[in-house]
Design a protein around this ligand. Sequence first.
Ligand code: NAD
Length: 248
Amino acid sequence: LTGRFEGKTVIVTGAASGIGLATTLRIAREGGRVIAVDLNEEGLAALKEEHANRDIVTVTADIGENEDVARVIEACNGQCDGLTNNAGIMDKFVPIGEVSDEMWEKVFHVNVLGTMKMTRAVIPLMLGAGHGSICNTASMGGIVGGAAGAAYPASKFAVVGITKNTSFMYAPNNIRVNAVAPGAVRTNIGGDFASHLALARVGPRMQVVVPPPAAPEEIAAAITFLLSDDSANVTGAVLPSDGGWSAA
Ligand code: NAD
């Protein structure tokens, strides 16, 4: 499959690792220019070096900071056909009775504030062009209560809310907004537990319902479907890619 992103510029956040890296490579392979955004400068440098033949522009940035977001938009040179809000962090399965303000704010800084700021920043470019496609990486944690601690699902339900509201608001402008909801995926996000208490609460129940983890490329396939014109008639949708977890 080639060509779905030819002539298109797509921003991918969290591009240095896991799902974002797989998505970056898939878009680039299909002819697109990728603005690859991450906090991890070394990871971005490795991406650029290993795939020097691809059209990949790297930007080291924290998506929760306005100045950094402005630098990402500058790198677009006035063109942004797609955005995937994919950067995200986990919460060590901490239940609300034990969550610190610091953990809550950290998770919301990336997963919610970052998603809002990046989306807000690309809207003018997409309005100007008369088209755009946005895919947010939600999670099973944005569909069910038992996929993480308190902060992560709160943040991912917010991502679903941003997805649905933005799709509704900008449908008249030919801007589509969807989300993918991955189940477990083999990446560097870290599914560690903060305490034995958290593990005891969640661990045995997750073992029963969670299918084996997927490869990041399997999620990238869903994201690029939602970003590309293949999904021209789809907006406001949350697509699980979870090996059947959400159907259990
Ligand atoms: P990952 O840790 O491998 O990659 C995430 C990347 O985001 C990292 O390179 C990290 O440096 C970057 N990042 C973190 N904070 C950032 C910030 N403020 N600004 C810019 N970049 C930042 O993890 P992943 O599993 O590939 O995660 C991608 C998305 O998938 C996340 O939104 C995550 O919540 C979601 N997700 C993952 C799983 C899973 O099991 N791995 C399941 C459901 C959803």
